[in-house]
Design a protein around this ligand. Sequence first.
Ligand code: PSV
Ligand code: MN
Ligand code: MN
Length: 430
Amino acid sequence: MAGAPLSADQIESHNAARLEALQDEYDSLGRALARRGVAIDAIKARVGAFSVATPTWGSGRGGTRFAKFPIPGEPTNIHEKLEDCAVVQQLGRATPRVSPHFPWDHVSDYKALREEAAELGLGFDAVNSNTFQDQPGQPHSYRNGSLSATDAGVRAQAVEHNIDCIRIGEELGSKALTVWVGDGTNFPGQQDLGASLDRYLEAAAEIYAALPGDWRMLLEHKMYEPAFYSTVISDWGSSILAAQQLGPKAKCLVDLGHHAPNVNIEQIVARLHRFGKLGGFHFNDSKYGDDDLDSGSINPHQLFLVFNELVEAELSPRDGFDPAYMIDQSHNVTDPIESMLSSAEAIVGAYAKALIVDREALHAAQAANDTMLAFQALRQAYRTDVTPILAMARMEAGGAAEPIFAYRDSGWRERKAQERRPVGLGAGIV
Ligand code: PSV
Ligand code: MN
Ligand code: MN
C-alpha cells in the first residue's frame, strides 16, 4: 500500500461539517485564555509540535495470561501493524513514529521496512529488545534471567540480541534502544541480590559500548512481574544508578505502570530530570499494577502532574533534555486503533493543560509558601477544557476533528476483516 491509508477527501468532509462549531469553541476558549494572559495560538503551535510514538505491539489486540480475544481485521504482521499505526497518525496527527519490538517485528529487509513506513507517513522511534521470552531455535533459555543470568552463555546471547536490535534500529533510522529485562526471583534466597546486579551491569556495559555516538540506551525499570519476589532493575533508584554507571548515553525510561501503588511518579520524573537522566516514557494507565490500560482512562490528573514536571523540565533543560515519548498499552477490549487515538489525545491534552499553567503565579505562590494559591495555579489549568486546541491543531495538520468518529465512518476495520487472515485465539503476549 502506498501513501496514506484513508481517503483525504473523507477526512476533509468530516472536518467541513464540524469546522464552524469548532471555530466558535476555539475562539471562545481563546478569549478566556487571553484574559489569563495565555495566547491560544502559541499553545496550539506547541501542541502541534508535540508527538508520541505508537507501539507496534499495541496495534494488535492484547490479552491476559488467561485469554486473548482477537477482533476481525486486526493486524497479523509488522506490515499490517504499520498500516494501522498510519491510520492513527493520519487521523490524530500526534503519532508520526512507531516503536518496534524485536523479534516480534522481525523481517528480512529492514531498509525496505523503513521505506514502507515512510510511504505511510511514519518513522521509527526507540527499538525494544526482548530477552524476557524464549524464541524458537535459540541456544539458551532465559528461564533463569537474561542480562543478569548466572550462566555466561545466556548473558552473551542476551547482549548479542540487544546489539542486533541496535543494528536493526540503525537501518530503521531509530536513535534509541529500550532495554527492559524481566530478570529477578520468585523466592528469597533464590539469587544473590548484589551479584545479580553486578552481572546485569557488566552485560549492559557491553550493549552500551555498541551504541552509535548519537544513540541513547533507555533503561526501563519495573517493580515486579514476571518476577514476584525481587527484580534486578526494579525501581527508579536502581535505574538511575545503573544509568550513571553506564555513562551519558544511558538514561532512564519511566513506564507509568511500573511502580508501587500510590508512588508519586511526578516526583520521580522531577528527580530523574534533576540528574539529567530522564530519557523516555511508556505511557499507559493503571488501577492495580502494570495494567497497561489506556492513557488517562484511570488517573488523568496524574498524567497532568507528570506533564507539569515535564514543562518545568523544558524550562530548565539539563543534559540535552529530549525524552522519547511512547505509548505502551495492551488493548484487550477495544479496537486498538481507537485506543491509540484516544490515548494520544489524552497525552497531548495533558501536555496542553500543563502548558497553560500560570507558571509565574505558581512559582510566586511556591516562593511565598502559599499552598492554596500554588495548588489553584495547577487546578485552574487542569480544569480547562483544551479539546478545541487539540482538534484545531489536528485539523490544521490534516487530521480529523473527531478522530474516532472519522475512523468509524471510514470502515477501515470492516475492510481489513475481509482482507487480513484471522488471528488465532490464545494467550496474550504482554
Ligand atoms: C514490560 O512490562 C513492558 O512495559 C516493557 O516495556 C516491554 O517491552 C513491554 O511491556 C512489552 O509489552
Ligand atoms: Mn513498558
Ligand atoms: Mn509494562
